[in-house]
Design a binder for this molecule. Structure first.
Ligand code: ATP
Length: 516
């Protein structure tokens, strides 16, 4: 199936099974804004717990905070967001569609990368075991030619971005004959900068309202509280502050479902270190964060780092962790070595010292910062892309059937256990209800007695429930139930009094955290 169709199916599955709905749908929706449904919110909460526990629970030098969305407007001046949080936009005059100039160029570069990957795959098939990818990359003329194109374009692109040279960005698009994906033409406007922050007013107009912004990142709430936390928590460097919260960006070019939204959630951790040690810590956090992704078991080959050549104004090193979505490798998390830029700026703009007294060094300094920043919604999209499958099932009579299944890791699954009486009589529903009543204190259970057992299994597969138990007539005789496993679809009989222990162990987050 084409990757585009895979993605379309995923989006409609999310809507059909209560994961994600378009916002304000009865009013025809609101662009790039989405609501999470009854199962979506559970998955989202489980993702957040996995992140939070891996930061705050597992590290005794990391604590959490929850700062307000509204902040003093000068914060955004100090951080550089008022002047520099811009996207370079370009319009195609024929289709009237608007694009981010940087994204058009990056997608163009990705096409050369795709060509290289295809050559490599072809050669791998041809040479089998003996294939040496490194050597092939260094010697194959077609790969080399494409790599030169990428390197040249990358160098020109990052120079233009670093210099904020909008005319040059446009020229790169023209010179590389990049066409509008809708009209197919090269009839482009000039490139313009567009600030991504949402503004609103605080206070009544008669008193003179002041302009405030909806925060475009949660990080600044951490920076301005750095000394509050350090002093009240008696934290010693190196230490980290973690936060999960909403962020807002006026993304004009919103595509790909919840990949790019106007209102989204971030999970950010700022790690404060001694000046000079930041690149070592940057390497450390790169490794730790990659491990966090890989522990989920979605295939190590589906992740990669993308080190930045164009650095944001506050960073001295930066990388993205990318996941292979149905629409290609894309960023899920950013890791930045932010230097002392933010704290220094806040010291200057507020006039308050943002320094830490280091008892080991016997001196005060502004710490350097490593940031790890991941979008909850993008992680959500990653998890559902990695687990949503349409599977063909061979039946005993030789015919085949299909099932849609979300192979979610048990800890992340919204519902852990579905409890189903085989029939709605003979006291079976009562036994099922009693089991739910006992187990609901341990994990999320769902009682389901509608339709045939086969259809109920399919429904639970589609929302990703890892375990289903069926209460039948034998249950009334010997207190056993059938447990059915989502992934293997195998079934076995088990004592009711073993259920709690068997399932708790499998759905508990601790086994996942122990892999980190
Ligand atoms: P992009 O290059 O995709 O615009 P970014 O580099 O601006 O992203 P950061 O500012 O580093 O993103 O934000 C950190 C993380 O927040 C991203 O890795 C992503 O997971 C998430 N994120 C950023 N913007 C959005 C958005 N508009 N919608 C959903 N998630 C987002």
């Amino acid at each position: 199936m084409a990757q585009e169709d895979v993605f379309k199916k995923l989006v409609s599955h999310c809507k059909e099974y209560g994961y994600v709905f378009p916002s304000s749908e009865i009013y025809d929706g609101l662009s790039a804004v989405y609501d999470y449904g009854q199962y979506g919110v559970e998955l989202k909460n489980n993702i957040k717990k996995y992140w939070w526990d891996s930061m705050v629970l597992l590290n005794d030098n990391i604590v959490g905070i929850d700062s307000a969305i509204f902040m003093h407007p000068t914060i955004w001046k100090a951080s550089g967001h008022v002047d520099a949080f811009n996207d370079p936009l370009i319009d195609n005059k024929d289709s009237k569609k608007r694009y981010r100039a940087d994204v058009l160029i990056e997608e163009h570069m990705a096409k050369f990368e795709e060509k290289i990957s295809k050559e490599i795959e072809k050669a791998r098939e041809k040479f089998g075991e003996a294939f040496d990818e490194k050597k092939f990359r260094e010697t194959n003329p077609r790969v080399l030619a494409n790599q030169i194109k990428i390197d040249e374009l990358e160098a020109r692109f990052s120079k233009a971005m670093n210099a904020n040279d909008l005319a040059e960005l446009r020229q790169i698009i023209i010179d590389n004959e990049i066409v509008c994906p809708v009209s197919g033409t090269r009839n482009w406007t000039e490139v313009r900068q567009f600030n991504l922050m949402f503004a609103t007013e605080m206070g009544s107009t008669s008193e003179g309202a002041s302009k405030v912004f909806l925060r475009p990142e949660t990080a600044q709430g951490i920076f301005v509280n750095f000394l509050n936390v350090q002093k009240t928590g008696r934290m010693k460097i190196p230490f980290g502050i973690a936060q999960i919260g909403k962020a807002f960006r006026n993304e004009i070019v919103a595509r790909q479902f919840i990949f790019r939204m106007k209102e989204f959630e971030q999970m950010e951790m700022q790690f404060f270190v001694q000046p000079g040690s930041e690149l070592e810590w940057y390497g450390y956090w790169k490794e730790i964060r990659m491990k966090w992704f890989k522990a989920l078991g979605f295939g190590d080959e589906n992740y990669r780092f993308h080190d930045h050549t164009k650095l944001a104004h506050y960073a001295n090193a930066a990388t993205d962790i990318e996941y292979k979505f149905p629409f290609g490798f894309k960023e899920v998390e950013g890791i930045h070595s932010r230097t002392d830029f933010d704290l220094k700026q806040h010291q200057e703009y507020s006039g308050k010292k943002m320094q830490y007294f280091d008892p080991e060094r016997g001196e005060s300094y502004i710490p350097y910062v490593i940031e790890t920043s991941i979008g909850v919604d993008r992680m959500f999209l990653h998890v559902i892309s990695a687990t949503h499958r349409e599977e063909e099932l061979k039946k005993e009579d030789g015919s085949s059937d299909t099932r849609v299944v979300m192979r979610l890791p048990s800890f992340l699954a919204p519902v852990k256990l579905a409890v189903m009486p085989l029939v709605k009589k003979d006291g079976l529903p009562e036994i099922a209800e009693k089991i739910v009543h006992e187990l609901k204190f341990e994990f999320n259970c769902q009682y389901d007695d509608k339709d045939s057992i086969g259809r109920r299994y399919r429904r639970q597969d589609a929302i990703g429930t890892p375990y289903c138990i069926t209460i039948d007539h034998q249950t009334a005789e010997d207190n056993t139930v059938t447990i059915r496993y989502r992934d293997s679809m195998e079934q076995e009989r088990i004592q009711i009094n073993q259920l709690k222990e068997t399932i708790s162990e499998k759905v508990n987050i601790s086994s996942l955290l122990k892999k980190l």
